[in-house]
Design a binder for this molecule. Structure first.
Ligand code: ATP
Ligand code: MG
Ligand code: MG
Length: 587
């Protein structure tokens, strides 16, 4: 494997390993490790990272970046990466999403089992601890129950130019606050009537430090804890605690959390001072998000596409979800390559969508079997077939390697008959300049077959071309001594009508017509590409009769294709185009 280019995260981890920052940490038996390791045992990992999705939607290609970064660093430094469901927001979270997320992290090739145990965690398993932590802050005069209305709270928070104003409830005693907080927990107050806030500094230049809310009242059934709680911790309070309880060493997140870092440290330091958490504490580090052109990476917006039925579901092959990309035919190796190559930097990265196709081609070029497919079919009649071969029923065998560089994949067998399917674009009644394919009087080679000469075409009453006619030139078969006796400039692909495998061909294109669909607050629905999906009846060479769901192919001259993992069957083949052979807008 190639040497990994360094980045600031690697430098930090290497520094901490060298300094032994996280060496020799005994397990404390906290809720984050009780299920995994006994108290007192030394932690075998000096690098513990986590991928912490909220189970409120399907993972997208941006998440792949975070997954590959965290799991990749853990692998490279002998550490462990946790898969943690950050499920502290009961309204939006569902078991379906939990399952889909685990499935896709595994599909990408990562494993959260280490040292003989699974490192799959749920933030909601720490609700009891979080509640205790909140009471501890109250007792130490570091949190208070605020009964201002949300509007008052917003107004009194101030802004970048104005310091905030203290809440009239800020000076309550710990005893009063504790009583009130317990009433909140016991369901004695309405949703939204009051919140618990950290007591820090209403004049801080960092607005996140102006007494952030840490607990709210919300009567909602939680997918894991049911109706046990009617108060839930805020993300900014929950996340540092989750990290600390799981003994995370480096908490890697995206740049928008940079302003939260002072609160992350404030909270963990105070809980450690109170004896609730053991030092050394985790540290937060931020890196730039990965964005792809023509793609939206926001679960909320992707959910809107699904809910409003602009796509067929989360796994629609046009969706930038990992489930959609898998169905489209993108491989884990291609996605990992894009994620790895984008590195880790301190700025958000915009990559052109083509990087994904380039990575996909590089992966499949080396291993996908080849085949011929006629995507937009037109019939070709070989009018002298019976004369050349003695009978119209004759089938003239042809063959080709399944892969040009993998002889072990063997030969594909197919045959010529009197009627073939060819691409509609391979015939022009009146050719344009530089056109070398079929037109009356011109000769082309049928790939792996004979040279033929076009004699004309047939039309229906509407004047549409229904068939092309041609004559075989005997003794010009590929691979025979006469093959070079006639020089031609054009070679066309084909499939015999007598043995063609008919299929539903799904051709996909970009979902949006603008490179940054939601830039500048634009409603991304206004730039949906109306032509992002085209369905055709196409014909495949007979080797495709045995294709299984998820099998991938290179169709000569057309690109890379996959048998749809859900809809494909031998009886009703369904093929998706992953991408064309070269870059550019699909035709
Ligand atoms: P979304 O806005 O799509 O819901 P999120 O960040 O809110 O994204 P989470 O489920 O909280 O979604 O994300 C889990 C992890 O993935 C977080 O650490 C987050 O920073 C990271 N992540 C999300 N989107 C990207 C992206 N585009 N590039 C890199 N990392 C990302
Ligand atoms: Mg989030
Ligand atoms: Mg989000």
């Amino acid at each position: 494997e190639a040497v990994k280019p360094s980045n600031f995260l690697r430098a930090i981890i290497e520094r901490d390993l060298e300094a032994g920052t996280y060496a020799q940490r005994p397990f404390a038996g906290s809720p984050g490790d009780a299920a995994h390791h006994a108290a007192g045992q030394p932690d075998p990992a000096q690098v513990r990272l986590r991928f912490p999705p909220e189970p409120n939607g399907y993972l997208h290609v941006g998440h792949a970046k975070s997954i590959c970064l965290n799991f990749g660093l853990a692998r490279d430094y002998g550490g462990v990466c946790h898969l943690r469901f950050d499920d502290t927001n009961p309204e939006k979270e569902e078991q379906e999403y939990v399952d889909a997320i685990s499935e896709m992290v595994a599909w990408l090739g990562w494993d959260w089992n280490a040292h003989g145990v699974s490192h799959q965690f749920y933030a909601s398993d720490y609700f009891d601890f979080m509640y205790q932590a909140a009471e501890t802050l109250i007792q130490r005069g570091l949190a208070y129950v605020d009964e201002q209305t949300p509007e008052e709270m917003r107004a009194n928070r101030g802004d970048f130019t104005t310091p905030g104003v203290d809440s009239p409830f800020r000076s309550r005693t710990p005893e009063e606050n504790l009583a009130r907080f317990r009433e909140m927990r016991d369901g004695q107050h309405a949703d939204g009537a009051m919140v618990l806030r950290a007591k820090i500094d209403m004049a801080s230049p960092n607005i996140n430090m102006r007494d952030p809310a840490i607990y709210r009242i919300r009567r909602a059934t939680h997918h894991n804890t049911g109706d046990k709680w009617c108060i839930y911790p805020m993300y900014t309070f929950a996340h540092p605690i989750e990290d600390a309880l799981e003994r995370i060493t480096h908490s890697i997140c995206t740049l928008e959390f940079e302003d939260q870092r002072p609160f992350y440290d404030w909270l963990l330091e105070n809980l450690a001072d109170a004896g609730l958490l053991a030092r050394p504490l985790p540290k937060q580090y931020e890196f730039g998000r990965l964005n792809l052109s023509y793609v939206i990476t926001s679960k909320r917006k992707l959910k809107q596409l699904v809910d409003e039925k602009h796509v067929a579901g989360w796994d629609d092959p046009r969706m930038p979800t990992l489930a959609g990309m898998r169905r489209r035919g993108y491989t884990p190796a291609a996605i990992r390559k894009v994620a790895d190559d984008s590195g880790a930097s301190k700025t958000n990265v915009w990559l052109d969508y083509s990087v994904l196709d380039i990575a996909l081609r590089a992966d499949l070029e080396a291993k996908a079997p080849r085949a011929m497919a006629v995507i937009d079919p037109l019939k070709l009649k070989l009018t002298n077939f019976a004369d050349v071969f003695g009978a119209a029923e004759h089938r003239e065998p042809c063959s080709a390697p399944a892969h040009p560089h993998l002889p072990e994949l063997g030969q594909r067998q197919f045959s010529l008959g009197p009627e073939l399917w060819i691409e509609r674009e391979d015939f022009m009644e009146t050719p344009v300049k530089g056109y070398f394919r079929l037109f009356p009087g011109n000769k082309v080679r049928l790939k792996y077959g004979y040279v033929i000469e076009c004699t004309g075409c047939e039309k229906n009453e509407a004047g549409e071309i229904t068939a092309v006619t041609a004559q075989i030139l005997p003794d010009t078969k590929s691979g025979t001594p006469g093959a070079d006796s006639v020089k031609v400039k054009g070679v066309i692909t084909w499939v015999g009508v007598h043995e063609a495998v008919a299929c539903e061909m799904r051709l996909f294109d970009r979902l949006f017509t603008e490179a940054q669909p939601d830039a500048g607050g634009r409603d991304f629905l206004t730039v949906l590409n109306p032509n992002s999906k085209k369905v055709l009846r196409s014909y495949l060479e007979p080797s495709l009769a045995h294709a299984k769901p998820d099998d991938k192919f290179q169709f000569e001259r057309h690109g890379y294709f996959v048998a749809d993992r859900l809809d494909h069957s031998a009886a009703l083949p369904v093929i998706n185009r992953i991408t064309t052979l070269k870059d550019g807008w699909a035709k």
